[in-house]
Design a protein around this ligand. Sequence first.
Ligand SMILES: [Zn+2]
Ligand SMILES: [Zn+2]
Length: 256
Amino acid sequence: MISCDYHIHTQLSGCADNDLSIEKIIQLQQIRGTESIGITDHDYSYQSKTKTIQEARQSIIAAEPTIDVHFGVEAQMLDYQVTSISIRLASYFDYVLMAPNHYHLRGVAQPRSFRDPRRVALHEIYMFEAAVACPITDAIVHPFLLSPDVFRFSEEEVAAFGQEMMRNVEQKRLIYQLDLVSQRGLGIEISPKMIRFNQRHLVEFYQLCLERDVKLLIGSDAHNTKQLEELSLLEPILEELGITEEHLWHPNGTIS
Ligand SMILES: [Zn+2]
Ligand SMILES: [Zn+2]
C-alpha cells in the first residue's frame, strides 16, 4: 500500500472542494493508514498573506495528527528564472512544489502551439529546466503531463500526442537535467493523473528518472475526497516500474 501523499489541496485552493478541510484530510488519511502527508495549497491561495499561512499551519497542529503532516505549497514557473513565489514567501513552508506547466494560469509562458508535439516538447523541457534551475524548488510536480483542460484532446488523442511529444524531447538534454535533479536531491512527482488521463508516455520518463537515481514524490494532487482515494490507481504502475521505498522522496521538517 502507498503510505505517503505529498500533494494535497484544501478548501483554501479555489479549485478544490469547499468542504475539504485540513482536519478532514488528516482524519481520512489516519483511517486509511497513511503514514505521512503534505498539505500543499496553491501559492496564490494565500494572497501573500503570512497570517493566512500561519493560520493554516496552526490548524494542522490543532488537528493533533497521529501521522506525519508536512506543510508545503504549490507554486509555478512563469518563465526561465521567473517564479510565482518569492524566496521570502517560500520560507514559510516546509517545501515548495514547483509546477513547470500551469498553462491555464495567467503569466505562465506558453508553447508556440498546443497542437504541434515538437513545439510542446521544446517548451516542456525548457520549463522543466527552469524549474530545476530555480533555487526555491524542492520537487517538480506533473512534468510532461498533458492537462486535458489545456490541450482539449480526447483520451486517444492525448495518448498519441503524448508519445509523439516525448519522442521529441532530446534525450541528452533530459538526462543532463535529471542528473541535476538527483544531485540537488529534488523530487519528481508521480501522480494518479497519469492513469486518469491515460498518459503512457510518462512510463518512459519515470524509467529514465529511476536510471538517473532521481527520487520520486508520490502525490495525489487531490482537490476533493474522491481524488484522495485515487492514489491507489498508482499501485500497478509503481509495481510495473519496480518502485519501492528506497526510490521515494520525502520532505524535511515535520509539524506533528
Ligand atoms: Zn488546483
Ligand atoms: Zn499543479
